[in-house]
Design a protein around this ligand. Structure first.
Ligand code: ITT
Ligand code: CA
Length: 463
């Protein structure tokens, strides 16, 4: 429990990279809402922990990069507070995939990492692999905590649930998996992927689902795998999603060395494959559509036969890969669906020299993939989750709220350390704040008028 401490360190071990977060808050206010701020965000150099081999030489390298971030933490947190500083590590889709493929290796990596974290001067709690549903739920908690949707102060300076109790849905696009989570209007709805959580004394009925292999990087490998399989020449492959003029040669294992793609016949991991860009919008859209099973769903279903209630008319925050994609095509924050489509169309029609010129601030490693990811975002949101032209404008593409990164880590820290109590001593008004305020005003006005009336009557009686 983070009781009486003002700082917590959380390591987000994602599939593509690890990030160290340092959160802080005033100790006496720890159960209030909106008091936790992000003091440090440190990107660990190198790949995600699932790609770190546990051979001594690589090991040394890997932990050295985490050590650099932990040294920054050590400098910020006063020495007297080190042993009360809680330290957690949560691993996500990269480790989920590795765990199902090679449990021994995933245990070895986690064990190795645990030894290192235990050797630090902090109050190490645990390092674990989260389930996709937990990841989605914690993302939802982060979003609503940062937006102040759980509690607000009423006119009596007491914490109450905001009038209307509108919560914001959460959509996270990672490298290996993607999550959606939102509250259901019907508090009694039960079923697959619906969880009930009690926060600050209120019950929330939340739908949360995580799609493994639908993260931005793994889904791109699936697109490339389709192109390789459908190509007449399996070593010289046209990629419609890359800009014309962009060619790259990669080893087959960089596409097929994952559980997310099916191995081709006569698979040779070292076989080199040349991918040749062609800036072909329609072909890119079609191959991206092809990785989703959009046919096995009818009502209340997203894709791949997964149950999903309608997204409704509420607001959503889309972050991580959603934000990077929106930023690359120039449509962060709120946009119209038509705008997204036309911007994607224009972006994907540019050849590589034009892309480099127009988006000179983006490094090649990311730039080559944004045409694919713009189509991917449109497909998953519209064909998958069933956003339409009216509800698309409810999606806000962001990476931060109040200078704090949006992701599962803050929600995990708040929940795991009990900083969001299930029950809270709240004043529960029998009516909405605004109605209560209005009635209060009315009664005050009536009292004043009555007193004045009595005074006037008394004065008149004297004459
Ligand atoms: O959640 P999982 O699936 O484990 O993956 P992750 O945690 O490693 O995934 P991130 O949110 O860090 O990144 C999401 C995607 O955005 C990409 N990405 C990360 N940082 C970026 C940056 O600064 N600019 C552009 N793209 C970035 C990254 O390669 C992924 O494809
Ligand atoms: Ca992530």
């Amino acid at each position: 429990m983070c009781v009486c401490v003002c700082v917590c360190v959380l390591i987000d071990s994602g599939s593509s990279r690890s990030t160290v977060y340092l959160y802080q808050w005033p100790a006496e206010k720890e159960n209030n809402t909106g008091v936790v701020t992000q003091r440090l965000r440190c990107s660990v150099a190198g790949p995600g922990i699932s790609d770190m081999l546990v051979d001594p030489a690589r090991d040394k390298l890997s932990w050295t990069s985490i050590r650099e971030c932990m040294n920054n933490v050590t400098k910020i947190v006063p020495a007297a507070q080190h042993n009360s500083t809680i330290l957690y590590l949560g691993a996500t889709a990269g480790m989920r995939l590795l765990h199902s493929q090679n449990e021994t290796m995933s245990n070895e990596i986690l064990g190795n990492l645990q030894n290192y974290l235990q050797s630090l001067p902090f109050n190490y709690q645990n390092a674990s692999i989260m389930s996709g549903d937990e990841e989605g739920l914690y993302g939802w908690i982060t979003v609503n905590y940062l937006m102040g949707n759980f509690l607000e102060k009423n006119i009596w300076n007491t914490w109450v649930r905001p009038a209307g109790g509108k919560m914001v849905g959460s959509m996270d696009l990672g490298g290996a998996s993607t999550q959606i989570a939102f509250t259901l209007p019907d508090p009694t709805a039960r079923g697959t992927d619906i969880v009930q959580v009690s926060l600050y004394g209120y019950e929330y009925n939340i739908y949360t689902h995580s799609f493994l292999c639908y993260g931005k990087n793994e889904a791109e490998k699936r697109v490339l795998a389709t192109l390789v399989k459908n190509s007449k020449n399996a070593t010289h492959v046209i990629n419609p999603c890359f800009g014309r003029g962009y060619n790259t040669t990669v080893a087959a294992e960089s596409i097929f060395g994952t559980q997310c793609t099916e191995l081709p016949t006569n698979y040779d991991p070292k076989q080199m494959i040349t991918l040749v860009g062609s800036s072909d919008n329609v072909a890119c859209r079609d191959v991206v559509h092809g990785i989703f099973d959009l046919t096995s769903c009818t009502d209340n279903c997203s894709f791949d036969g997964v149950y999903q209630p309608p997204v409704g008319s509420g607001d959503f925050l889309a972050y991580a890969g959603y934000f990077y994609t929106a930023q690359a095509i120039g449509l962060t924050s709120i946009s119209q669906l038509d705008q997204w489509n036309s911007t994607t169309w224009e972006f994907c029609s540019w050849d590589w020299p034009t892309l480099k010129l127009k988006k000179s601030w983006i490094s090649d490693i990311y730039l080559k993939s944004y045409c694919y990811s713009a189509h991917y975002v449109q497909t998953i949101l519209v064909n998958g989750y069933k956003f339409n032209k009216d509800t698309w404008k409810n999606i806000d593409f962001q990476k931060q709220v109040h200078n704090t990164s949006v992701g599962w880590s803050l929600g995990y820290m708040l929940h795991t350390s009990n900083m969001i109590p299930a029950e809270a001593k709240l004043v529960r008004l029998p009516m909405a704040n605004s109605v209560f305020g209005g009635l209060l005003f009315l009664f005050t006005a009536l009292t004043i008028v009555s007193v004045m009336f009595l005074i006037i009557k008394a004065v008149r009686a004297c004459y």
